[in-house]
Design a protein around this ligand. Structure first.
Ligand code: SF4
Length: 328
């Protein structure tokens, strides 16, 4: 089959657009969609330091390649990669991620659960089972990413989430009847590093193709603890339905965006954890990237802007660590 835009051989058929695309026109189309997502959300600004959360899998490797191509020549934006090693045996060898970043000449840093929390995800699963493994993993990884961000002046985290991931999340929230999550505004929380998702309008199979075309040595293995049954069901339903109605995933993502208005959370919700002294946002149950408060601070501590932050209960990370360190 020939490309719909030139006479070269096509490497992809997009059911939702009806176009056959050769390699050159596929790359052009792919990168135009990713740039549009960045432009529409005003995700990258002069002075930013963008850190790709690089697992070494296809999505994060592709987003690193794309951003390197987009930002490589810019002097006003810095790009780096961060790899967190959760301690899952046989999954995510940090050396693969390091090689991918080094091949592109992108600065790379890494950190491990075992150094930070003195426990690996394998040990957590052994003690608590797999049911909540992703919840524990997510809270601890995010806190660790925020600490690294603080040390390196990171202003944006870039993730490789694609159209399929986004559409599945919208449909899952609808099927659970979770109106709160469906309509919860995309929060830009003061003190938290915002997340950007340049591939949110690009189907997973196209992200995989882009990775195959441009990145060597990425990892295809899945996490052994990724056992979200509902997401698996939703993926199947959505893929079937999209085969007959090719624009469905785009419709769901557009619906999700229409239901969520951006909102800025101010310092009002900020609290200081009674145990570790980390500032965190009670409303979101997440730690912030603000630096740790001084030891022995009283019931209230000063934050740089001059406002006061009340001390109150322990943060989500300390709660998780209490839970996972308990013997089963
Ligand atoms: Fe962590 Fe779950 Fe992702 Fe595995 S699938 S790395 S447990 S969040």
């Amino acid at each position: 089959m020939k490309c719909s835009k030139c006479h070269r051989d096509a490497i992809l058929f997009q059911r939702y657009s009806g176009l056959h695309l050769c390699e050159q026109h596929f790359n052009r189309d792919f990168e135009a969609k990713a740039k549009r997502a960045i432009r529409e959300h005003r995700w990258i600004r002069p002075g930013d330091t963008v850190a790709v959360a690089l697992s070494g899998g296809k999505d994060s490797s592709a987003v690193l390649f794309f951003l390197h191509r987009l930002l490589g020549e810019r002097r006003d934006v810095r790009l780096m990669a961060i790899t967190v090693d959760e301690g899952i045996s046989g999954y995510r060898d940090p050396n693969q991620a390091r090689e991918i970043a080094e091949n592109m000449g992108v600065p790379w840093v890494t950190a491990t659960f075992v150094d930070e929390y003195r426990i690996t995800l394998d040990e957590i699963v052994k003690r608590r089972g797999t049911r909540l493994s992703c919840s524990y993993c997510g809270v601890l990884r995010r806190a660790l990413m925020n600490r690294i961000a603080r040390e390196h002046g990171v202003t944006k985290f870039a993730y490789g989430f694609n159209l399929d991931d986004e559409a599945q999340s919208v449909l899952m929230n609808a099927l659970r009847g979770d109106a709160d999550r469906l309509t919860r505004p995309m929060r830009e929380v003061e003190g938290m590093v915002p997340r950007i998702k340049p591939f949110m309008y690009i189907p997973e199979r196209e992200v995989a193709l882009y990775a195959f075309l441009h990145v060597e040595g990425f990892d295809l293995a899945g996490c052994p603890y990724a056992g979200d049954a509902l997401r698996g069901d939703v993926r199947g339903i959505l893929d079937d339905y999209t085969y007959r109605h090719p624009a469905t995933k785009y419709s769901l993502v557009n619906l999700g965006e229409a239901l969520r208005e951006p909102e800025r959370v101010t310092g009002e919700g900020l609290r200081v954890c009674e145990r570790c002294g980390e500032r965190w946002v009670a409303a979101c149950d997440v730690p912030t990237e603000q630096s740790r408060s001084t030891e022995g601070a009283g019931p209230e501590v000063e934050i740089p802007e001059g406002s006061r932050v009340p001390r109150g209960k322990i943060c989500r990370v300390c709660q998780v660590l209490d839970e996972v360190r308990k013997k089963a």
